[in-house]
Design a protein. Sequence first.
Length: 349
Amino acid sequence: MSSRPTITDVARAAGLSVSTVDRVLNRRAPVKNKTAERVLDAARLTGYPVSDVQPDTTSDTRPYRLGFLLQSVQQPFYRELHQVLEQALQTRADLQPRMLGRAQFAFIDDSGPRALARQIDQLAENCDALALVCYEHPTILGAIEAAEARGIPVVALLSPLGSNPMRPYMGLDNRKVGRSAGWAMAQLTRQAGKVGIFVGSHRFVGHELREMGFRSYCREQAPQIEVLEHLVSLDDADIAYRGTRTLIHQQPDLCGLYVASGGTEGVLRALREAQLERPLCVIIQELTPEARQALIDGVVTLVVSTPLRQLADDSISQLLAALQQRDNGSPAPAAPPVLPFILYTAENC
């Protein structure tokens, strides 16, 4: 006696993912008409019982809803990223009005893992695919995996999320960013001394990789530089301000500072107030308006910047490709390449 067919058997016959078939047979979320018919045909072919299944379908022309989770809107970089994403979404919607609907944005005010997991759950309830800027934590990864189990594609923005090789990452090669910052620090300090480094969190993979690359380069190529234990800013300007003041007062032989995270505004405020006789080599991330002015004024030496328009365009394309793959059973989209980073000095900012 043969065993009863499973959802996996149906998925194999339909050429679709198990999560998509599950959405149809168990009415977990709406799917397009053609996809539902494809699943039901495969179910009948394999002998899976579908007599009582009435799938929750949508029109083939229903536009996809994309969801974005960004860090606090109080940070200038994320305000700009939000604006660039909105512009890119509008441009894409004008070109493909039947494919792309109104996107939903959420911003992190409470950075605790449970609060972030709730925000991801809420986005997953209302959106077809998600792009997230957040750190790694078991609770957060659990919320992401729950969304993916429902057939909702997830893309990590700026910092990788989890070891799942199928989860796309959109951003810079953070280890190369760190090594490039180390090279610049060695070339521009022109003296032996200590260098401070800020990260946003112990759990932001992108920051961890930048620090790793920076330390690795300095150990290998710049033994005259002593990289101090990192300081955690939580991407908060006030925390970064206090940390910078502490470094300046406690490290008389401080020769450089690498801000591998947010909170840059606080660092710049502390540096301006200090009015150091011997200026530091200061390398920061992202060309915000205040960072640009700091370059011009000589407070900052170098800025490592993400091409935001390319990040926005590529992220939207990746999410839409993943949704089409999910609904049409086409091959999975190729893993997106990392973005090139831009180095700004006072002469090209």
